[in-house]
Design a protein. Structure first.
Length: 77
């Protein structure tokens, strides 16, 4: 999992690896859902996860020092 934090953006391959890692948890959570709807819910959850991955990739988050400088500048105002 540490390899996902080393890069600035999550690649498509890393997204697929994350989904594969989360698949058992998703299936376990869907155990209480009726059998006919499990596959649909699983697909919905995976689509929402992919959407979140893309949303996170699109965000611009400042580094530690950039954040510290911004906070110091706000404090001096």
């Amino acid at each position: 999992m540490d390899s996902f934090c080393k890069h600035e953006n999550i690649t498509q391959i890393e997204q697929e690896e994350l989904l594969q890692m989360l698949t058992p948890l998703i299936k376990k959570c869907l155990y209480n859902v009726s059998y006919q709807e499990r596959e649909d819910f699983e697909q919905d959850i995976k689509l929402k996860l992919l959407d979140r991955f893309n949303f996170i990739n699109d965000q611009e988050v400042p580094g530690f020092w950039e954040f510290a400088i911004q906070k110091e500048a706000q404090k001096n105002i």
